[in-house]
Design a protein around this ligand. Structure first.
Ligand SMILES: Nc1ncnc2c1ncn2[C@@H]1O[C@H](COP(=O)(O)OP(=O)(O)OP(=O)(O)O)[C@@H](O)[C@H]1O
Length: 243
């Protein structure tokens, strides 16, 4: 079953077209990666899927719902990790998890999530006092507290050290095995390669590649995904007939 179906999505800000005729389909239990340079349209796409931004053309269905008209129902079944979260100045990790839990009807046990992501000993610490990587892991936990069917992870492991990144990958692989659908953005190609079943590369709001990482590599002149990605996204220096 398709968890997310985006069909011919167009979104403009004034005269500037941020997303242009984008179609994406994500199955249940899939990890989908939306890639592209800064400003390519990734966050705009996610916000349209979540129903927090209106769009002019196209259609979106998520978990069988219309995000523009069923935002409230959607809120219960979707988890979102943003780069920066809003929280009170002196709030502790446990308090922030409890406040988040209170927003949902069927929340997960945050104590188990803290353990899973290696933050149990930080439960009583203020969120302000966490390191960048610890904060990032906490934001992933907050996204999982709703016990969601689908989770959106924006710039998944930015700020994490090499070991912490791999630990996050392992946690996500376990969640995927249990049927969670994961929609992520990342600027790390090793991460995309390790996690994603399917990817879409955006350039100035337009999809320039859609398929698996292996297909992306084989349709490029390169053997390494990072090089293939740069080849797809680079406009000046490459003579790429696919664009
Ligand atoms: N509220 C807004 N008003 C006007 N233009 C906007 C607004 N939000 C985004 N844009 C523009 O839309 C385009 C796409 O931005 P978007 O944030 O979706 O990109 P992104 O791929 O998520 O980038 P990043 O990797 O930097 O997060 C950019 O040109 C951006 O300047």
């Amino acid at each position: 079953m398709e968890t997310i179906k985006i069909n011919a999505l167009c979104k403009s800000y004034g005269n500037a077209q941020a997303v242009n005729n984008l179609s994406i389909s994500v199955e249940r239990g899939e990890v989908f990666g939306l890639l592209g340079a800064n400003g390519a349209g990734k966050s705009t796409t996610i916000e349209c899927v979540l129903g927090t931004k209106k769009f002019s053309n196209g259609s979106i269905s998520i978990l069988g719902m219309n995000p523009q008209t069923e935002r409230k129902e959607l809120f219960e079944r979707v988890g979102v990790q943003f780069q920066e979260s809003n929280y009170q100045d002196k709030i502790t990790v446990a308090e922030l998890c409890e406040v988040t839990q209170a927003l949902y009807k069927h929340p997960s046990d945050y104590v188990a999530l803290l353990k899973q992501f290696g933050l149990s000993d930080k439960s009583k610490s203020q969120v302000n006092e966490l390191s960048g990587g610890q904060k990032q892991r906490l934001f992933i936990i907050l996204a999982l507290i709703p016990n969601p069917d689908v989770v959106f992870l924006d710039e998944l492991t930015t700020g994490l050290d090499a070991r912490a990144r791999r630990e996050v990958w392992k946690c996500l692989s376990d969640l995927k095995k249990r049927g969670l659908t994961i929609f992520l953005t990342s600027h790390f190609m090793d991460e995309i390669e390790a996690l994603c079943d399917k990817i879409c590369i955006l350039k100035k709001g337009t999809s320039i590649f859609y398929g698996t990482v292996q297909e992306a590599i084989s349709k490029s002149p390169f053997q390494k995904f990072e090089e293939a990605y740069l080849w797809y996204t680079d406009e000046e220096e490459c003579n790429n007939e696919n664009i």
